[in-house]
Design a protein around this ligand. Sequence first.
Ligand code: NAP
Length: 258
Amino acid sequence: MDLGIKGKTAVVCAASKGLGYGCAEALAQAGVNLVICARTQETLDDAAEKLRAFGTDVKAVACDITTEAGQKAVLDAAGHVDILVNNAGGPPPGHWSDWDRDDFIKAVDANMMTPISMIKAVLPAMIDAKWGRIVNITSQSVKSPIAVLGLSNTARAGLTGYVAGTSRDVAKHGVVINNLLPGIHATDRAVSLDTGVSQAQGITMDEAKAQRAATIPVQRYGTSEEFGNTCAFMCSQYAGNMIGQNILLDGGAMNSTM
Ligand code: NAP
């Protein structure tokens, strides 16, 4: 399927591994030029090298995307941005009684204000060009709260509210903004959450993983490849009528009719 976005430029944040990398790879396969970022230079360079094999231009910017300097470095490297995929590491798990104001501010900065700042930065030029695609990687926890991820539930719900209104405001300019909500996917983040379950319950990592997979109708974790290709579709020419949606990729884990 030709996604109709060959030659466009995408910024994919937090993309040296996991879901961000999956999105970058699917966009590279669609012929999109990329600016990717992550904090660790070595893994970022490795990712950029793999992506260049698809024949597109790939710039790698080592930075913390949750900082103003990081956001500026990425945007400067890109020039005009046709496609923006917002992503950053998720807040740590814990218990409601552990979190104080600073923990919430940190989570809101990383998982709400960072994507909002990136969206604000790219929107004017997308509106002028009468074309743009923005996908925010959020979480299933937006629709179906996970108590130990209270910081994530809170910050991502705020971003979701912002996207709901803003996406409808800019839709008339050909700019399409949506959220992509991962359930459990087989990435380093899942390993770290498996480790939490294994330690809390005194079970092995395999047992922890099997226990979590058993809660999902597909009985397995999602893959970055499935996730990335869904993201690429949401950035395609065919996504022009999809506005302000929250697309859940959770293997059916959320039990609801709609
Ligand atoms: P991952 O496998 O741990 O990969 C995270 C990627 O983001 C790495 O490339 C990492 O590289 C980069 N990164 C993290 N923080 C960054 C920052 N501040 N600035 C720049 N780059 C940064 O994580 P993932 O599983 O792909 O998760 C991506 C997002 O989806 C997270 O917000 C996570 O909470 C959410 N999510 C994941 C799942 C899941 O099951 N995997 C489920 C629900 C939600 P460096 O460490 O080198 O910076």
